[in-house]
Ligand binder design. Sequence first.
Ligand code: GRG
Length: 297
Amino acid sequence: MKTVLDYLEENALLVDAFLEKKLLYRGVPPVLEKAMRYGTIGGGKKVRASLLFASGEVFGIEREKLLPLAAGIEMIHSFSLIHDDLPCMDNDDYRRGKLSLHRAFGEAMAVLVGDALLIEGLRVFAADRRFLEEFGKEKLWEVLVVLFEALGASGMLSGQVLDIQKEGKPVGRSVVEQIMVMKTARFIQAAILCGAILGGAKAEERSFLAEFGLLLGKCFQLKDDLLDVTGSRDQLGKTAGKDLVQGKATLLRVVGFEEAEKQLRSWYEEALSVLARIERPVDCLRDIARFIVEREH
Ligand code: GRG
């Protein structure tokens, strides 16, 4: 029987194979292509791509049709990690079990490769003729708007600004939750919403998936924070125990480990009960949700 780990691995391989072919450019400085490939292919869990596939599956969309968008979402995610690791941001030397991009290629290149992955990550599906013919202009436009909103001033960008601003400062619960939502949860929610948009979900289904996605995104960030305390560098593929040292504004810091674990359970259960309201096959999304809260990396 196929487990969720098999499913995630299969999806990661599919996305990597797609990126292998797509991240080959003519007339581009070879170092840019090499570094873009270094930052994306063969690394990371590719959870956001899997969430898009699983959400598409709820509406009967075949994975192959979603591949350009899944790859684009993972390129954009990789951009955020590359910039997050920069010395002027979180300053991390390791990512995905190897040197972070600026350590391997230099800081200027890491800034530019991040920029490239953000723009190319949008282009890879928006300029894909077959993707456009399959889903049509209206849905493509909706997908772009959802991604812009999750990434821009109302999402990841502001989440990162707050994350940096609040480092080492006293913070309350509402601010740390705002950081979790903006920095992490909105993009995870967007990956799930894209499947709903492309699948022609009804308004009610879309709003359940939006609620589920936000709760799952908060679970994802909280689990990431807990793993930062309990995990090792080998296990996580990145430096462990940094949040406490850097005085990161996390929920864990505000409420303590035990309370944070309880909160994770409670958001997870709430997410599952919202998901259960959708009268379609949601097993894949449920399995990934479980993986997210139980994972060890
Ligand atoms: C969007 C314009 C714009 C700017 C981005 C740098 C930055 C500003 C934001 C950083 C956001 C960030 C890194 C959030 C953390 C999210 C998180 C918990 C990432 C870890 O994701 P995993 O575990 O990583 O899925 P893998 O390596 O498995 O892909």
